[in-house]
Design a protein around this ligand. Structure first.
Ligand code: ZN
Length: 124
């Protein structure tokens, strides 16, 4: 086995973590993401806010992601961060959440079985 083989995990298509389009639909309280592997995710804003990976929400100690109870239904602003993430400004005033594509994809409720619970997502 070469070094390339060892470091190249083929079990997940990298396109699964490449967003082509992100639409905030506040009237429905969801964010719709079109992925490069053709999958489309519809993720409730409340779920995104609840699994915000930022240090304010998660603290600085290592460990599983914590869920932040909330009733947030809207996003005021969304801004791409380079080519790897998106920054959401939530309607409850929280504006430090940067969601890497991989984290965003793993929050798709329709794919909960594929990715496992958000708690198991790696800390950022
Ligand atoms: Zn946060």
């Amino acid at each position: 086995m070469t070094a390339i083989d060892k470091n190249n995990d083929k079990s997940v298509d990298k396109r699964a973590f490449a967003a082509k389009d992100v639409q905030v639909k506040n009237e429905a309280g969801v964010v719709v993401v079109q992925w490069a592997d053709s999958h489309m995710s519809t993720i409730p804003v409340e779920r995104l806010r609840g699994w915000c990976p930022c240090a304010v929400c998660q603290g600085h100690e290592a460990g599983a992601l914590k869920h932040v109870p909330n009733t947030c239904k809207a996003i005021f602003d969304a801004e791409l961060v380079g080519r790897y993430a998106i920054h959401f400004k939530f309607a409850d005033g929280h504006d430090t959440g940067i969601f890497r594509w991989e984290h965003l994809r793993k929050l798709d409720p329709a794919e909960a079985e594929r990715w496992g619970p958000p708690e198991s997502s790696l800390r950022f």
